[in-house]
Structure formats: structure tokens, C-alpha cells
Design a protein. Structure first.
Length: 143
């Protein structure tokens, strides 16, 4: 009788421990799916100009709302698989892969909430790119 009671107690404790472990793993998995990108989340929303630092790079204008705009400058808003390499308040490095169109690696360095440096390289539709931009907030987005 005493042995049966011990098995019940240990069995319940084991079950509780297993449930706690599953919840913890679930929370980690949820965090891994959509972490907050620290650099873009600190940049002011609004109209930004990306000034190309290379001779062949055209300036770009964006209405910053979605952080992906800074991570995937060449690939645009396409849904791509991302691997975050570094994610600090001042520096973000992401490698991404877009089915059928290529891949890239982008580093965004925040200087202020209105100024950032972007370095991005990879392949887009068979074309190599290696671009650098200074991103600067220049105003509000037009409605």
C-alpha cells in the first residue's frame, strides 16, 4: 500500500514536471518564431530616405512601418525565412532566404532613432548585390 502511494506521488510530480517543461519549450518556440527586432523597433516611424553609398546605387524612399523594409531592402516585402545572427539595441544582423528569388545578409546599425547605416549583400533573381545605405528619417508619411 505504501509503495503504491509513493508511485502515485512521484507519478504526479513527474507529470507536473513534464507539463512545466512542455510549456517552457512552447514559450521558447514562440519567442523563436517572432522575436522583436530591437534596432528597427527603436527607429522613429515615418518617411525615410536610404542614400546609396555606391556609384551604381539609387536612393530609395520608404514609409517605415514594417522593420522588414530595412532587413530585406533588395527583396522587398516578400515573406522570407530569417535567421537572426545578432539582435542588440544598436546592431541587427539577419540572414534571410526567399524561396525562388535568392537570399541575403543584412546588418543595420542604429546611430540615433532617426539615423541608421545598412549593409546588405546576397543574390536577388540571379543577380549579386552588395549595397550600403545611410537611412535617415526625413518627415512624416503622406496620407
Amino acid at each position: 500500500m505504501m509503495e503504491s502511494r509513493r508511485l502515485q506521488i512521484f507519478g504526479m510530480a513527474g507529470l507536473a514536471l513534464a507539463m512545466v517543461a512542455m510549456m517552457a519549450v512552447g514559450n521558447v518556440a514562440a519567442l523563436a518564431k517572432s522575436p522583436t527586432l530591437l534596432v528597427p523597433s527603436q527607429l522613429e516611424k515615418g518617411r525615410w530616405t536610404l542614400v546609396g553609398r555606391g556609384a551604381a546605387q539609387a536612393d530609395r524612399r520608404i514609409c517605415l512601418g514594417d522593420p522588414q523594409q530595412l532587413v530585406q531592402v533588395e527583396h522587398g516585402p516578400k515573406a522570407c525565412t530569417q535567421y537572426i545572427i545578432e539582435n542588440t539595441p544598436r546592431l541587427l544582423t539577419v540572414h534571410y532566404s526567399c524561396d525562388g528569388t535568392g537570399y541575403g545578409r543584412t546588418t543595420v546599425r542604429r546611430e540615433t532613432n532617426r539615423l541608421a547605416q545598412i549593409e546588405t549583400q546576397g543574390v536577388h533573381k540571379g543577380r549579386l548585390f552588395d549595397d550600403r545605405y545611410e537611412a535617415r528619417r526625413v518627415g512624416s508619411c503622406a496620407r
